[in-house]
Structures are given as C-alpha cells and as structure tokens.
Design a protein around this ligand. Structure first.
Ligand code: PMT
Length: 223
C-alpha cells in the first residue's frame, strides 16, 4: 500500500512564466520553464490529491492524471487560479508571474521609432498569491520567493507581506538551480521556523515542499 495523505484533497499549483502582450508579435516574459511547478503537481498527485495545474506557456508535456488549465497572461492566470483555489485545500504558487503588464497592448505591430518602442508603459498585475491567501475559507497556501540577493531576508518578508503559510526561498542567482534547471535547492520558511533542502532533482524538492504543506494541513487546528 502507498501512503496517500492527500487522498480526497484538492490541490492547485501555478507554474511557468506568463506572457504579457506588447503588441500582436511581442511580449514580456521570463525564464521559467515550468519544471518546478510540474514536479509539484506530480508530487501532490502521487500523494493522492486531485490536482489542477494552472500552467503558463511552457514547452513541457502535461503530467498524466493532472487537470491542466493552460493560460498565457498574468490576468488569465489570476482568474483561473482564484476560481480553482476557492474549493482547494492546498494552493502552491510556483509560477513566475509578471509583476507588470503593458498598460495598453497595441492591436498592430508597433513601429520601432515612430511608436516609442523604447518606452512601454506598464501597470502592476494582480498578486495571485496574496489574493489566494486572502480568500475566505480554510486552506494552506504556499508561495515561492525567487531572489538574487538577501535570499532569506526577502523570503521572510514575503511570508508576511503575501499572508501565506509557507514560503519556499529559491536562490535564483546560483548556477545549476532555479530557473530552467533540473535541480533546485530551497529553504522552507514558516512562522515556526526554517529548514534548508539541499540541491536535489526538482522532483525531490517538490516532495519536500508538499510534505511540509501536508504537515501544516494536519497541524494547524484552524485548517
Ligand atoms: O519554472 P522553473 O524553470 O522550474 O523555475 C522554477 C522557479 C525558479 C520559477 C520557481 O522555483 C520559483 O521560484 N517561482 C517563483 C518565481 C517568482 O516569480 O517569484 P517572486 O519572488 O517574484 O514571487 C513571489 C511569489 O508570488 C511567487 O509564489 C509567485 O508565484 C507569486 N506571485 C507573484 C506575482 C504575482 N503577480 N502573482 C503571484 O502569485
């Protein structure tokens, strides 16, 4: 028999980058491959959960047995994630969501000099992790903190500012881990303490994150 601590539980994972349209042929994006989020979705599935994966534009195959909601923009990711999160017991936000989106995407291909491609006005996107953390109801919410400096300081600040239960601190300045790679190394931060998870394949990191979330689901009396 296989231990299935998430049997009967609903889990939502966000993964991948978002693409923010500048015009019909250009977009703002980042280097997320979706590997970390897909590994998290598989780990939750393997522990018995019904998993929804809200997945930005990536080149990966959808994991077997996971309901994939493909999205392109941060706005779409926010809409689909919030809709799915309402009925979820656990939400893990591993996506690299654009913080800014062009204020007024053009309906035609912009001309280089004439249409000011050197300055693209942007507006802030909705913070999906903070919005999920503020939803009414009982669920555990996990966020990531992708940092290039003062990793733990910035990650601890995100635990408070986003209002989530667990932050996965991810040093994205180190070669061989983080964006695009097959391995990762993280520190799990909760209100109660911190635990380093050393470099390992993303599947192993994902399992450590989901195990920590399971502990929070059983230990927190209000959940
Ligand atoms: O996809 P891979 O190539 O496997 O790489 C994995 C990863 C490096 C992308 C992943 O491990 C990771 O760190 N994901 C978070 C990336 C990120 O954008 O972090 P952030 O520190 O900018 O955001 C903090 C948290 O807020 C994240 O949980 C993010 O999903 C969430 N967020 C941010 C902005 C926004 N508008 N909505 C959000 O939900």
């Amino acid at each position: 028999a296989w231990p299935q601590p998430l049997a009967g539980r609903r889990v939502v994972v966000t993964a991948g980058p978002t693409h923010e349209a500048v015009d019909p042929v250009r977009y703002l994006a980042n280097a997320s491959s979706g590997k970390m989020g897909v590994a998290l979705a598989r780990a939750a599935r393997d522990l018995g959960a019904a998993v929804t994966l809200v997945l930005g534009p990536v080149a990966l195959d959808a994991p077997f047995g996971v309901a994939v909601e493909p999205v392109t923009s941060a706005a779409e990711m926010a809409e689909r994630t919030l809709a799915a999160a309402a009925g979820a017991d656990l939400v893990v936000c591993a996506a690299a969501v654009a913080d800014y989106t062009p204020a007024a995407p053009a309906d035609h291909k912009l001309k280089k000099a004439a249409e000011h491609l050197d300055a693209i006005p942007v507006v802030e996107t909705r913070d999906i992790l903070a919005a999920v953390s503020a939803l009414p109801g009982e669920r555990v919410v996990v966020g990531f903190a992708a940092e290039t400096d003062d990793l733990l300081g910035h990650a601890r600040a995100k635990l408070a500012s986003k209002g989530c239960d667990l932050v996965v601190a991810n040093d994205v300045s180190r070669p061989g881990i983080g964006f695009g790679s097959d391995e990762n190394a993280v520190t799990l931060i909760t209100a109660d303490g911190e635990r380093a998870v050393p470099t390992a394949p993303k599947d192993d990191i994902a399992r450590a994150v989901i195990d920590a979330a399971c502990d929070l689901m059983t230990s927190a009396p209000n959940r």
